[in-house]
Design a protein around this ligand. Structure first.
Ligand code: FAD
Length: 329
């Protein structure tokens, strides 16, 4: 495995922050990951594992080893799916749907790689990774130990997992369980199927999700961004009821721990769409997305994050939490 020095990461994340890695390497196997662990240990370097860079905000240069996970592997059957962490997530969903292997179609077009999917328990249109998860194999970045985690080990929550909390693991591979279940009741998907006079099938849901996402979200190539910048806040039922009294159009969804509110709605109603700091802009197309023209620094993004959080807190009394990983944090 090759280790390169002083590598620009700008084109390796979808938000295109300017950042250089002191060391950079690409792992194509579990053995490469072990070699990288040894390399970093000898030099006392912290390791940042990189997938597709679509959920990562680089806040400065990185004085450590950036380890890009490029481990391939894709075995699909109707009973089980086994994937290497470096595979592209959407390509897997697309291939599975084409082959009639269902249960993943709601998660179509989520950018990034397989290995990052458990990090924040990716979710969209009424489905989360945890709903189809069997197990994963990961290497401990301190000890080099290889461990298998089943679902109960992973502490999956809303955009949360053990791996996001500990940042101690390099995920190598993952097993998922296909399903015949059709999840078509999510409002946007349901109305798209009605408008197109289509029965719910794995293929039609896949098509609906792809079309809705393409029309709603700014394209990362022309408008660099990291997807939803804030989590949808979960509040107590009493807080949600009080807010609904004053703002009946506030979208809300029941959640196992309370009521989930639409962060996009809160940001838009706080008058923040189109607000800018340097080259960072709250997208006019979708209030939850911050776009970047590729020229600015984290200090400006930080000011914009503060402005959004304090305005929403002032106006609605609700705290917003940043969704992507900020590194170094
Ligand atoms: C336009 C757009 C739309 C999006 N829509 C959604 C959505 O609908 N739902 C959703 O949940 N997310 C969404 N996201 C966020 C993002 O796509 C997901 O979080 C995705 O899983 C990130 O994958 P990645 O490979 O790009 O991860 P990266 O950005 O490379 O990394 C993200 C985090 O995971 C860690 N990581 C990456 N690979 C590994 C590994 N193999 N082992 C251990 N740690 C690892 C990194 O260190 C980092 O902390 C969206 C992003 C964009 C840009």
């Amino acid at each position: 495995m090759q280790f390169l020095q002083n590598v620009s990461l700008k084109s390796k994340t979808t938000l295109q922050m300017r950042s250089n890695a002191a060391w950079y390497g690409e792992a194509r196997s579990a053995e490469d990951v072990l070699e990288a662990v040894m390399f970093a240990r000898e030099r006392q370097l912290p390791i940042l594992v990189l997938g597709g860079g679509s959920n990562l905000v680089l806040s400065s240069d990185i004085d450590g080893l950036v380890l890009a996970n490029r481990i391939s592997g894709c075995e699909l059957t109707n009973e089980k799916v086994r994937l290497g962490a470096g595979e592209n997530w959407h390509e897997f969903v697309s291939q599975a749907t084409r082959q009639g292997i269902g249960g993943f179609e709601n998660l179509a077009l989520i950018p990034g790689n397989v290995g990052a999917a458990p990090m924040q328990n990716i979710g969209a249109y009424g489905l989360e990774l945890a709903d189809r998860f069997i197990s994963l194999n990961a290497i401990n970045l301190d000890s080099g130990e290889s461990v298998t985690f089943d679902r109960s080990d992973c502490r999956f929550g809303y955009r949360e997992s053990l791996f996001k909390q500990e940042r101690l693991w390099c995920i190598i591979s993952m097993e998922l369980e296909p399903s015949d279940e059709l999840r078509a009741s999510y409002p946007g998907v349901h109305s798209w199927l009605q408008d197109h006079e289509l029965e719910a099938t794995h293929e039609s849901i896949y098509k609906a999700v792809c079309e809705i996402r393409t029309s709603k979200l700014p394209d990362v190539l022309s408008h660099p961004n990291a997807g939803s910048f804030f989590k949808n806040p979960v509040v107590a039922v009493s807080v949600s009821e009080a807010l609904q009294q004053s703002y009946p159009s506030l979208p809300s969804f029941p959640d196992s721990t309370g009521v989930k509110l639409s962060a996009a709605w809160l940001i838009e109603q706080a008058g923040l769409k189109g607000t800018a700091e340097g080259g960072f802009l709250v997208s006019e197309q979708h209030a939850l997305v911050i776009t970047h023209d590729g020229t600015s620094h984290f200090a400006e993004l930080h000011r914009l994050i503060d402005r959004i959080r304090s305005r929403v807190l002032e106006r609605f009394g609700v705290e917003l939490e940043v969704e992507p990983t900020i590194y170094p944090g």
